[in-house]
Design a protein around this ligand. Sequence first.
Ligand SMILES: O=C[C@H](O)COP(=O)(O)O
Length: 247
Amino acid sequence: MVGSPCVYMKIPATDESISSMKEVISLGISVNATLIFCLPKYEAVIDAYLDGLESCGMTDLSKVSSAAAFYISRVDVTLDKKLEQIGTTEALDLKGKGAVAQAVLAYQLYQKKFSGPRWERLENRGAKKQRLMWASTNVKNPSYPDTFYVNSLIGPDTISTLPVQALQAFMDHGILSRTLDAKVSEAQDIYNAIEKLGIDWSSVGSELEHEVLDSFTKSFDNVLECMQKKAKLRDFSRAYEPCFQDN
Ligand SMILES: O=C[C@H](O)COP(=O)(O)O
């Protein structure tokens, strides 16, 4: 089952598990690298994928694939709080711009890393690019348009995960247009301006990583607890009822 081309092993992009990504890929198992909140971590995820492919013994690498889940709205939630604390006109003007700017730069990094001689050698063995996957695309700040993140991150070879609310909003009034690489230098300026204000992107990334890991761990524990209760009662009559709770 694990070796099946349709099955992806989901591995969080924590410092501790980046090396496991390489190992799993090298065994020919596809990986969904998740919980990516900043560019340095994203680069480490790409490198783990490339290293894994290079040490994979398979002659045809086309059976292995990977997606890298880059989180969006949660980044703005954290950044916006920090910008509000700084409170200057310049800082407040940057609210709601950081997450998309970082994602635009992530796409640039994707294009850079999946081109050139190193990548071409792998491509000749059938390797597939690790696709960027936008996660956390629902706006969390109600003052932002509900299609904001989905509209802003449309580009070739990417995947957008859409919660029902975001999907319905996009189907109703979304704008289908290639936005992801339309304003790269503006994105770089925003990224630099946020950094200049003293906000460290990597620290924001690790803050979010811990926060989300914690919240997902609680949700997972809730699911297990609920399943154990059902199994104990041998009450499968309502087994279709969901066990999970919102985190
Ligand atoms: O699977 C992860 C989700 O995309 C997270 O979305 P969220 O930040 O809205 O909880």
